[in-house]
Write a protein that binds this ligand. Structure first.
Ligand SMILES: [Zn+2]
Length: 376
């Protein structure tokens, strides 16, 4: 019998776990659900979370003899990925979600964006509101682990339970504030920099609003830094960088093309003779570097066979990672709330004019970092 490498076995388990846990369907990597039946925190309660470094952080260091040194090729970049996501409720009121193809290409045709635009041009107010609700919203996707310092959550088989943590606008703006200190020089003095730093990062307390309170999620930043994992946790954390989800690759795997989105939303194939529909389907997702969705970082990382287990396991010695704030994008505006069943759209697809992915201002019904709450 041919064996599986530890890395492959682990990734397969993660993906199987993601499928068993559901969480919106179509997931190919583990995700923390902040709402819904698999929510990691109940309404009115809070949870400690630690953001993890960028998914390709394994490439930040190279081994030189016994020491880890900073790779000259590694470019610091955002620790999160911004994806566009559509949410809508189907006829039975069940929430549905799909990534918007415009995540990667503003010109990509998207059946949901077309439907949203058509609804928003309707003379009927309810249609216009439905159109706003289904338009693409930004999701800020981080790698994260739950649990406080020294008590990070593990999977059933004892590995760090690192998953994708989606944040809506409110939480994201809070995180930006913790990292950059805010917009002006005075508040920048309080910036905590890269709160995902494995040695000197800061935990977050995510507070979920009470049910039907109309309030938003809030975040607090720990006053003192802490390591990503304590010395006692180090054995479980061996190889943790390989468990980071390559988030752009995940979204690329999961995003559907125009026809598939049309069918998901309307429940039928797009009409073949529809002159209004873009003739070219969305470009197929690029092949992933590994059939198990592994980022290239996983294969390029030298196996740290001997101690130290990773660059952060040893005390600060040869080349400490710079404690610089990761650059952050200006916060976008407006994130609508849950989606109600879309009003019927005629059999004709919407006009071909592309809808920009920017989230427009509108009713802010509360921040919904994950799934919209079910109604009723
Ligand atoms: Zn779209």
């Amino acid at each position: 019998m041919a064996g599986l490498s530890d890395k492959v076995r682990e990734r397969m388990r993660q993906q199987a776990q993601a499928i068993r846990e559901g969480g919106g369907g179509g997931r190919t990597a583990p995700v923390f659900d902040l709402q819904g039946k698999n929510a990691v925190v109940q309404a009115g309660a809070s949870v400690l979370a630690r953001l993890c470094p960028r998914w390709d952080v394994a490439r930040k260091f190279v081994r030189q003899g016994e020491a880890w040194v900073l790779s000259p090729e590694y470019q610091e970049d955002l620790i999160y990925f911004v994806a566009l996501e559509h949410w809508w409720d189907d006829a039975s009121g069940k929430p549905n979600r799909e990534w918007c193809p415009k995540t990667f290409d503003e010109q990509a045709p998207c059946a949901l964006c077309d439907a949203s635009q058509e609804l928003q041009q309707s003379p009927d107010k309810a249609d216009r509101e439905a159109g706003k609700r289904i338009q693409a919203k930004k999701a800020f996707l981080f790698n994260a682990v739950l649990g406080g310092p020294g008590k990070r959550h593990l999977t059933d088989d004892g590995k760090p339970d690192i998953r994708v943590l989606p944040m809506g606008n409110t939480l994201f703006v809070s995180v930006c504030g913790f990292m950059t200190g805010g917009d002006d020089e005075a508040s920048a003095a309080f910036a905590r920099g890269d709160i995902s730093d494995p040695r000197d990062g800061y935990d977050l307390l995510l507070v979920r609003p009470k049910a039907d309170s109309g309030e938003r999620w809030t975040a607090q930043c720990a006053p003192q830094p802490s390591p990503l994992y304590a010395a006692a946790e180090a054995p479980a954390w061996a190889g943790w960088m390989d468990r980071l989800v390559d988030i752009p690759a995940m979204v690329e795997r999961e995003v559907k093309g125009y026809d598939a989105l049309y069918e998901r939303y309307f429940g039928q194939r797009p009409p073949a003779d529809d002159a209004g529909a873009p003739s070219a389907p969305a470009p197929a997702p690029a092949p992933t570097p590994s059939p198990f969705g592994g980022g290239s970082s996983a294969t390029e990382q030298p196996a740290p066979a001997a101690a130290p287990l990773d660059p952060w396991a040893a005390p600060r010695a040869p080349a400490p990672p710079p404690a610089r704030a990761a650059p952050v994008a200006p916060p976008p505006r407006g994130r609508g709330g849950p989606v109600r069943p879309a009003a019927a759209v005629g059999g004709q697809a919407a006009a071909a004019a592309p809808v920009g992915p920017e989230v427009r201002g509108g009713e802010e019904e509360g921040d919904e970092p994950s799934a919209p709450a079910r109604r009723g």
